[in-house]
Design a protein around this ligand. Structure first.
Ligand code: PMP
Length: 405
């Protein structure tokens, strides 16, 4: 049984009052709240064993290093990577994609080559590729979506040619919650010997990810969207690709031997981890994974599916609601507009009722352009949300309608 009250009890912030009303936190796509065990793990480190990792011979440094490397093993197991050396810790999805765009781009791409993305990407999966294209004289190709907010897979496949170097695709749209058929895309890309990067920022907290079953070449995500501290995320890459890529940042830790004439690089994963990592957040990510595992990601997925369906059902009853994104496969988030009311106004009124939603372009301006809108209101869900919170959202939307006639 999914013990929602017990789960909610693990998140102290859910007891907060906003304008003297209970917090209804529906902005999980932006960041999730942290369970007490994750908060405690941070205090525990600073209280008992803080010390820089991979450096010292002393006791504290060894404890910290062991815990950080244990977290790497937990991440590897969580996504079923073949080896923990395939997990590169970064600051998050954005840094992971920038790393890949630089290191993959410098290692394998030439003038005239092409990268394929989709029309529903977050800016983090657009701009680094644009920067690579500008640097190298390459071309960014964009696969379109249909009016329901679904990737038009055939059109993506039509873009593939002998200059295609990589497909970089989001698993789940952060705006619309559309779930992309990544298995199909990976299969097709591999039949043409093209590697695929999956942006799992919006899928990793919601469903089981198995990189070996998917056979994706790279996968990126952020810890803060999966109940872990801010400042940590990962780039998963198949060892064969990562070994052949040049490093991203230079500095301590990523080296084997340095002379003024020449530097040789460390082995994976350290080759891509220059400088002191946020090892406190790394260890906290390990704790967050233990917490998710203790509930079961499949149970979380089922619970959240019920919430998404219920949210769509309840909002559909309200006259004048327009959904942005009505994909058949839908998870994590629901985006909508209330008549002609500006999303910001809707967000402000909901806020006064203690309801936290996201408004605006959600770092997906090209997607907004596709729908001819400036923004949406987005409710996005986490393991601790309830149907009664969605009822409050629906009530709030009714109030917005009343206030704006
Ligand atoms: N990709 C997607 C699909 C996202 O939803 C986000 C965060 N909203 C990002 C990338 C960027 O993540 P971060 O800001 O944690 O680096």
């Amino acid at each position: 049984m999914y013990d929602i009250e017990k789960i909610r009890g693990c998140f102290p912030i859910l007891g907060e009052k906003i304008y003297n009303k209970p917090l209804v936190y529906l902005d999980n796509g932006a960041t999730t709240q942290k369970p007490q065990c994750v908060i405690d793990s941070i205090t525990d480190i600073y209280t008992h064993y803080n010390s820089n990792v991979h450096r010292g011979v002393h006791h504290l440094s060894n404890i910290c290093t062991d815990k950080a490397e244990e977290a790497r093993r937990k991440v590897a197991q969580y996504i079923n990577a073949q080896s923990d050396t395939e997990i590169i810790f970064t600051r998050g999805t954005t840094e992971s994609i920038n790393l890949l765009a630089f290191s993959f781009g410098e290692s394998f791409c030439c003038q005239g080559d092409e990268i394929i993305i989709s029309e529903m990407e977050h800016h983090a999966n657009i701009v680094p590729w644009q920067m690579l294209c500008e640097r190298k004289g390459m071309r960014l190709r964009v696969a379109p979506i249909n009016d329901k907010g679904e990737l038009i897979v055939d059109e993506m496949f039509n873009l593939i040619n002998h200059r295609t170097k990589l497909i970089a695709l989001t698993h789940i749209s952060n705006v619309m919650g559309s779930v992309n058929p990544i298995e199909q895309v990976i299969r097709k890309a591999h039949s043409e010997a093209i590697p695929v990067m999956i942006d799992a920022a919006q899928s990793i907290p919601h469903q089981k990810i198995d990189v070996q079953a998917l056979d994706c070449d790279f996968l990126v995500f952020s810890g803060h969207k999966m109940y872990a501290p801010n400042g940590v995320g990962a780039l998963y890459g198949k060892g064969d690709w990562l070994n052949r890529m040049i490093p991203y940042h230079g500095g301590g830790e990523m080296i084997d031997k340095v002379t003024f004439e020449r530097t040789t690089y460390n082995v994976l994963p350290f080759k891509f981890e220059a400088g002191t990592p946020d090892y406190v957040a790394v260890i906290g990510l390990g704790t967050a994974i233990d917490f998710i595992n203790s509930i079961g990601i499949e149970n979380i997925e089922n619970h959240e599916h019920t919430l998404v369906d219920y949210c769509i059902e309840q909002l559909s009853k309200i006259d004048g609601i327009r959904f942005i994104g009505e994909a058949d496969k839908h998870a994590g988030a629901v985006s909508f507009l209330v008549g002609n009311v500006h999303p910001y106004d809707t967000g402000m009124i909901l806020d006064k009722m203690g309801i936290a939603v996201r408004t605006g372009h959600h770092c997906a301006q090209p997607l907004m352009d596709r729908f001819g809108i400036s923004g949406t209101v987005r409710a996005s869900f986490g393991m601790y949300n309830t149907k009664s919170e969605i009822d409050k959202l629906a009530e709030g939307v009714e109030r917005v309608k009343m206030m704006f006639g």
